[in-house]
Design a protein around this ligand. Structure first.
Ligand SMILES: Cc1cc2nc3c(=O)[nH]c(=O)nc-3n(C[C@H](O)[C@H](O)[C@H](O)COP(=O)(O)OP(=O)(O)OC[C@H]3O[C@@H](n4cnc5c(N)ncnc54)[C@H](O)[C@@H]3O)c2cc1C
Length: 414
């Protein structure tokens, strides 16, 4: 088997990033906003498990909810790199707030990619303006990683659909005005095609039969809430079906391919902040008559953190750039970025707490919360092991396309 020197790419130029002076101006402005407006309230958001509504309004005024939404539908454009910059900078201060950006994106992307023109015009502009919020309901008590196993059903009655089932772990369901719900609409044709027969529907929050049930208490990303939902004879018109009937699984996967770049950026913001905190602390804190930074073990730790942070940043920005260029390899890189950045950020959080000694575990120091947050980032939108599976399958697809692997072997893996 011949593998290209720069596999999975064919040219070293594919490793270039695509960043402009406008991106840097945007980054600086988000940082300033995040530090000034969110910073003083970040600990309170975690402590009270509540995101103040006026903060969301201020973010809306900045146009942040329109990033990633095409201009035709009231957004600032579909630039994945800007989504990464925004997410990283806000996550650096309050990761929970980026979950609102993330759930909006999970709602909007399937509509942008597969929705009807009427759906785009009706649902995207209010999301872009920050007047309405979206949620994405795939997971159920039975099934998270195994999306094809979901049991919620939608039955067609004339030109309407009747949805029945339960959803679990749905982020921002309390904030959301519109919820994208995945349901089984026809039985799978055979065991190997379990993913067929699922369809997405938009459910508006006041639809009779739709109810928020239990709210789960969780360790991190406090401020953003997760709920169990019940759908009992929820009736939606066929106009609320997003994309083709029975192809919902593929729509979900296409969506996750894109949104997981933002998840990697959440991890990146956490890692960046923790590195800055550690750099500042080790030069202030004295032990044995010297600043901590005097000791080589501390210096080693900091440069190792920096290497991991920079590698995470590269993968995340590369995924965004490839997505912006419409290159299909972006999905592969996005999976690498999600699991790598979130695992590096956990390690960095642990090391940075250690570097702070006792004050590292005190809540008001504001560091331990990042360790609680990052655990969740490793789990949602496809656990890290699922990312590894996805990445490997994509690798095999690329090998297959380039005729670098026997077809019968490729078929066994993908
Ligand atoms: C805070 C939070 C917010 C969430 N928000 C949303 C939301 O807004 N919308 C939504 O739909 N869902 C949401 N989820 C659900 C989330 O996507 C799932 O928890 C996640 O996909 C994992 O599913 P699970 O919890 O059922 O774990 P399981 O699928 O039961 O997995 C348990 C473990 O088994 C491993 N595993 C499973 N299958 C395989 C396999 N084939 N190979 C190797 N390992 C495997 C997993 O990696 C994991 O380590 C949220 C979850 C959390 C914690």
């Amino acid at each position: 088997m011949v593998i290209y020197l720069v596999f999975p790419f064919e040219s070293i130029e594919d490793f270039n990033l695509r960043l402009s002076p406008e991106h840097e101006i945007f980054r600086k402005s988000v940082r300033e906003f995040a530090e000034k407006k969110i910073g003083p309230r970040a600990l309170e958001i975690d402590e009270k498990d509540e995101i103040p509504r006026d903060l969301l309004e201020e973010m809306a005024q900045q146009g942040y909810f329109g990033i990633g939404i095409p201009e035709t539908y009231g957004g600032q454009g579909e630039d994945h790199t800007s989504v990464v910059i925004l997410t990283e900078e806000i996550s650096r201060i309050s990761p929970a707030l980026t979950v609102v950006l993330g759930t909006n994106e999970l709602f909007a992307v399937p509509i942008i990619l597969f929705g009807s023109e009427e759906q785009r015009k009706r649902y995207l502009p209010p999301i872009a303006r920050g007047e309405k919020f979206g949620a994405f309901a795939v997971t159920e008590p039975c099934c998270g990683s195994d999306v094809a196993g979901i049991q919620t059903r939608a039955e067609k009655k004339g030109d309407k659909w009747v949805i029945n089932g339960r959803k679990a772990f749905i982020s921002n369901a309390d904030l959301a005005d519109y919820i994208l719900v995945l349901a089984r609409t026809s039985p799978p044709p055979d065991r190997r095609s379990r993913h067929m027969g699922l369809t997405f529907f938009i459910v508006e929050k006041d639809t009779p039969g739709f109810k928020l049930d239990q709210k789960y208490e969780k360790m991190g990303l406090r401020g953003s809430h997760i709920y169990e939902l019940s759908l009992e004879n929820v009736i939606v018109p066929d106009e609320n079906r997003v994309g083709a009937e029975d192809l919902g699984f593929l729509i979900a996967m296409e969506t996750f391919d894109r949104t997981r770049i933002g998840v990697a950026a959440q991890a990146l913001g956490i890692a960046q902040r923790l590195f800055e905190e550690a750099m500042s602390y080790v030069h202030k804190r004295q032990a044995f008559g010297y600043p901590l930074a005097f000791f080589q073990a501390v210096q080693f730790s900091l440069v190792e953190i920096l290497a991991k942070l920079m590698a995470s940043r590269y993968l995340t920005y590369l995924a965004a750039k490839l997505a912006d260029e419409g290159r299909r390899e972006f999905t592969f890189v996005a999976s690498l970025a999600k699991f790598f950045a979130s695992e590096m950020a956990e390690e960095i959080a642990s090391r940075v707490i250690n570097l702070h000694g006792g004050v590292g575990v005190i809540r008001e120091t504001g560091i331990e919360r990042f360790l609680r947050d990052i655990k969740i980032i490793q789990i949602y939108e496809g656990t890290n092991d699922i990312q590894r599976l996805v990445a490997y399958r994509q690798l095999i697809r690329i090998l297959r396309e380039k005729n670098l692997i026997p077809e019968e072997v490729a078929r066994l893996v993908v």
